[in-house]
Design a protein around this ligand. Sequence first.
Ligand code: ADP
Ligand code: MG
Ligand code: MG
Length: 212
Amino acid sequence: MNIDSRNLINYFQQVVEMIEKEKDHLSELDRKLGDGDHGVTMSIGFQAVKDKLDHELLDEEDCSKICIVVARTFLSAVGSSVGPLYATGFLKGAKVIKNKRTLDDESLTKFWLAFVDGVKERGMAKVGDKTMVDTLEPAANILKEEFEKTGNFIEAFQYAVDAGRMGMESTQELLSRKGRSSRLGQRSLGVIDPGAASAYLLLNTFLTSLNS
Ligand code: ADP
Ligand code: MG
Ligand code: MG
């Protein structure tokens, strides 16, 4: 499959809408584990992104430029830990699709693998630390494995989203070791990590945006 800048902008517009719907839920998770701002933070970040999508990026055809603007805008709008994490992900993704107006199966796979690498490099969290990495790393592993087998991005990404969902759900049984909630100890048990939830939503929205 091929996607172009319109499809990518459509994806980010759908993320903006999805975050507005999920805002309270994400903050509720963060109220149990952290300082309660994750939904608000994501909303502030993606509302700033929406402003760019509606104006500056309206006619942009370079997919990497779109991701760079999204990353920089998100970073400067957001004060908390997710700012640099997601910004680094999208910047690292932008690097592997430099100057591209269309993204084929291979570019899409490389993009999402680079996104996950960016988050991991920036935050240094490991699987099991109860962060977004618990969603993203298993998703990336399956994406890579399935894409190598079939060369079909959509199919591979579908498996990746499923693996991401299971990773997200696994954070319920984990103790927090990174970020604010690491101070909670046992009290962090039983709650899904808010960043693991937003990371899953970012992936799942990409899948649904491809079908719309
Ligand atoms: P803050 O903790 O600054 O209020 P948010 O509430 O917006 O930031 O985001 C919290 C989320 O960030 C956590 O749920 C976790 O998934 C993620 N996070 C925090 N630190 C790291 C890290 N070092 N690596 C990966 N993800 C992290
Ligand atoms: Mg928070
Ligand atoms: Mg905060």
